[in-house]
Design a protein around this ligand. Structure first.
Ligand SMILES: *Cc1c(COP(=O)(O)O)cnc(C)c1O
Length: 369
């Protein structure tokens, strides 16, 4: 699905040099590369203050802690997402309230929000899934009307831009109260281990995020808040500084792969190529097809036999997972997500794919028909 070795080899001297510098400095925790990376990532994200942390799951947790969400508070999130989004809500003893997604965009359906809001609702967590922004303008409108926080999960969409109806473009993760992202190795900006970051335009909130990520301390041994130990390693920051300089190029390589797939798969009646929403750019973390009238799992097996990897994101919807099941949300409660769990299939997409690989995959798919 990805070629992390090939990607490393193209920038090996730069990466090796920055790793060596950290090792020789021995400043493994909170070394200067961490703040430098934060500043560079902030500049990349339109100047939004940025705080790094240990991973993208912690980023969501720290955001919810910093907003002072209390046990029993309800947090609305799409049911079609990676488990981390729901996990931190449950872990903090908040109450996850699932909402179905739009079948074309795979993201939270804003039309379904109003009916879910109660006196206990505190926040909405839109997930910018597969590399494209959720439709933020209506989500922000509902949030503002009900005075709810918006925590954007931009783990899969760093670099995507949301287009407001008036033409304004804003980076994913910088539209709501707080935005979070992940540097898991296979994400669009991947570290050589775990990493994460949070964005917020509110300076005071940024300071709180920073404290919580580092044991709630304002300065060493002065703990004003209950926090966690979730810091980005200096080594990862040094690696990410190098890779951030290549992120725009990585994005255009991914888009070229998506364009190739679109052009070569458009004629196949049993596949629906990804919808590109008019309100978002797409950074193609995933290239996710919907299958139609064929057995998706048989297609996956067929590709596997041809040496072509593919993945299902996500095979079991969250409301049907043992850890998140609720009696009042049985199978059938979220029909779009349930249908997607049976029909989606993601093809390999990464920065190192060449035309030969792409042609091979597209020809194999054409022959499946
Ligand atoms: C990857 C991911 C996360 C979690 O990030 P980690 O760095 O792996 O903890 C959260 N939400 C979504 C949508 C993700 O894809």
């Amino acid at each position: 699905m990805v070629d992390l070795l090939g990607q490393y080899q193209r920038i090996q001297p730069e990466i090796d040099d920055s790793i060596r510098q950290v090792i020789e400095s021995t400043e493994f925790i909170q070394g200067p590369a961490v703040r430098q990376f934060e500043q560079e990532l902030s500049a990349y994200a339109g100047g939004t203050p940025t705080v790094t942390c240990g991973n993208g799951t912690d980023a969501l947790q720290i955001a919810m802690m910093a907003l002072g969400l209390k046990p029993g508070d309800e947090v609305i999130l799409p049911v079609h997402t990676y488990v981390a989004t729901a996990e931190v809500i449950a872990l903090l003893r908040l109450s996850p309230v699932f909402v179905d997604v739009n079948p074309n965009t795979f993201t939270l359906d804003p039309a379904k929000l109003e009916g879910l809001i109660t006196s206990r609702t505190r926040a909405i967590v839109p997930v910018h899934l597969y590399g494209q922004c959720a439709d933020m303008e209506p989500i922000l409108a509902v949030a503002s009307q009900h005075q709810l926080h918006v925590i954007e999960d931009a783990a899969q969409s760093l670099g995507a831009r949301y287009r407001f109806r008036d033409g304004r473009q804003v980076f994913a993760g910088t539209l709501g109260t707080v935005g979070t992202t992940s540097f898991f190795p296979s994400k669009n900006l991947g570290a050589f281990g775990d990493g994460g970051a949070m964005f917020t335009r509110e300076e005071k909130l940024a300071a709180t995020l920073r404290m919580i990520a580092n044991h709630g301390q304002r300065q060493k041994y002065q703990h004003d808040l209950v926090g966690v130990n979730s810091r980005l390693d200096t080594l990862q920051a040094a690696i990410l500084r190098v890779k951030l300089r290549h992120l725009d190029e990585y994005e255009s390589r991914r888009r070229a792969v998506a364009d190739f797939y679109d052009a070569h798969l458009a004629g196949l009646a049993f596949l629906e190529t990804p919808y590109r929403a008019p309100y978002s750019t797409h950074v193609f973390h995933q290239y996710t097809l919907r299958t139609r009238g064929v057995d998706r799992d048989a297609l996956k097996d067929y590709l596997q036999k041809k040496g072509i990897p593919s993945m299902i994101y996500y095979p079991i919807p969250l409301h049907l997972q043992a850890a998140y099941r609720k009696a009042d949300k049985p199978e059938g409660s979220f029909p779009v997500t349930e249908e997607l769990s049976r029909s989606v299939l993601s093809l390999p997409i990464h920065t190192e794919m060449d035309e030969e690989q792409l042609s091979y995959i597209c020809e194999a798919l054409a022959r499946f028909a």
